[in-house]
Design a protein around this ligand. Structure first.
Ligand code: PYC
Length: 429
């Protein structure tokens, strides 16, 4: 009986897969209204989470999320899905820790299996200065109640037996920052979960809807752009939409979008390449990061190894893969894990990273009324998605910058109150 029911569901699945039959859509498609209360530019995890929390926490549902491509087609679908909160600054730790909490609760909140795997996160130190930074991070982390400590090579070996912790390598492992609450999650599921939940609450999701300009009035310039101006809406490839609030939740194009209202961002955009191997039996229980070797690796529940590196050195919007990346990746990974020499890479890809001078994001209000930013996500945007959505929604709904993001304001680049996170960004940049 059990077996026949199983057979029946397998056949049903196959039929749905082939025909798309009566399979319910995850979110609806709506006409573009001529006005909304809030327009969010960017349909990745940040934009969708902002829309969801606006509706869920503040009852603001007349919201449109616009994406020039498809939902999750930018950084949200191109990252290596690592989540953690072992940052260097107290501001960073508090912020990313809230995100981790939201990720922990997400499957329940969004009623979707987002496959969060809390498997621990190791940041290896190969030099005395790296080890000193790990101790620094561990102390900042512990003071804020984060489970994070420095462990020695023998303990590293216990956490990740495939690592070569011997002293006869080019860069011997001297220790590591171990962060048990870190892990990986299914990034597409996070996007789909937020999109479906926002849609159910009445938010409109518009794909293939490119913002060509942001419309403004008032201010110092005749076109309303720049300090003192006020947002009135956006011009898209499907027509104009009016709105008193426009939020820039883009990655990659964030400075171009902000330039549309005359707001300059201290951002340069670089590609970051990643790659995945064929699947094999699971052998790597934690996430492993090596700053000195410019590489990080985790093994998915399907058994593939997912690798990433630093950003490419040259600023560009191109996201093609390079042989140079693959060669360096292979060399560096094999120094860490010589045992995987026979594994084959299946795919490589790249995403765009908007780098700020202090490796922290830029969030909140700007000098143009009604124009808010949630940008500058460097190589750490995916893990910040939930908390960014929650705090941006609070900021929009209350008109006051949420406490957790106050130090990420745009003014810090002129006042000098930087939030230096370089020592905790994924790998050396
Ligand atoms: O900040 O953990 C990180 C990260 C992993 C991959 C890119 N950034």
């Amino acid at each position: 009986m059990k077996q026949s029911r199983y057979k029946y569901s397998a056949l049903k699945l196959l039929k749905h897969g082939l025909t798309h039959g009566d399979w319910p859509r995850m979110w609806s498609s709506n006409e573009l209204n001529s006005s909304y209360d809030v327009i969010i530019i960017g349909g990745g995890v940040h934009g969708l989470a902002t829309a969801y929390y606006l509706a869920q926490n503040h009852g603001i549902t007349n919201v449109a999320v616009l994406d020039k491509g498809y939902l999750g087609g930018g950084g949200s679908g191109r990252n290596t899905a690592i989540v953690r909160s072992n940052y260097l600054t107290p501001e960073g730790v508090a912020f990313y820790d809230r995100s981790l909490t939201l990720y922990n609760e997400m499957a329940h909140d969004l009623n979707l299996n987002v496959m969060f795997s809390r498997r621990g996160h190791l940041t290896l130190a190969h030099t005395d200065s790296a080890l000193r930074t790990m101790h620094w991070r561990a102390e900042v982390n512990k003071l804020q109640g984060i489970d994070s400590s420095v462990i020695d090579p023998s303990e590293v070996k216990k956490e990740a037996p495939s690592l070569d912790v011997s002293s006869n390598t080019r860069y011997p492992i001297l220790g590591a920052l171990f962060h048990p609450p870190g892990g990986i999650i299914r990034h597409d599921a996070v996007v789909w979960g937020y999109a479906r939940a926002a849609d159910h609450l009445g938010v409109h999701l518009h794909q293939q809807t490119e913002v060509l300009d942001i419309l403004c009035e008032g201010g110092e310039q005749s076109n309303g752009k720049g300090p003192g101006g006020k947002v009135t809406g956006v011009r898209t490839n499907k027509g104009d939409i009016s709105a008193p609030i426009v939020v820039n939740c883009t990655a990659g194009w964030s400075s171009l979008i902000s330039n549309m209202v005359g707001v300059d961002l201290p951002i340069t955009t670089h590609p970051l390449q990643a790659a995945v191997t064929e699947p094999c039996k699971t052998f790597l229980p934690t996430v492993v990061v090596s700053g000195s070797l410019h590489v990080y690796v985790s093994q998915t529940d399907r058994g593939e190894l997912v690798f990433g590196a630093s950003v490419d050195p040259v600023g560009t919007y191109r996201i093609n893969g390079t042989l140079e990346f693959t060669e360096e990746l292979a060399g560096h990974v094999l120094e860490l894990m010589p045992g995987i020499a026979e594994m084959r890479l299946l795919r490589q890809w790249a995403g765009l990273c908007d780098m700020t001078p202090d490796y922290s994001p830029v969030m909140g209000f700007t000098s143009v009324e009604g124009f808010l930013v949630d940008v500058g996500w460097g190589t750490y945007g995916f893990k910040a998605g939930p908390v960014s959505g929650e705090t941006m929604a609070e900021t929009i709904a209350t008109g006051k910058t949420a406490e957790l993001i106050q130090s990420f304001n745009i003014e810090r680049f002129s006042t000098g109150d930087l939030v230096g996170e370089k020592g905790a960004a994924a790998v050396g940049h």
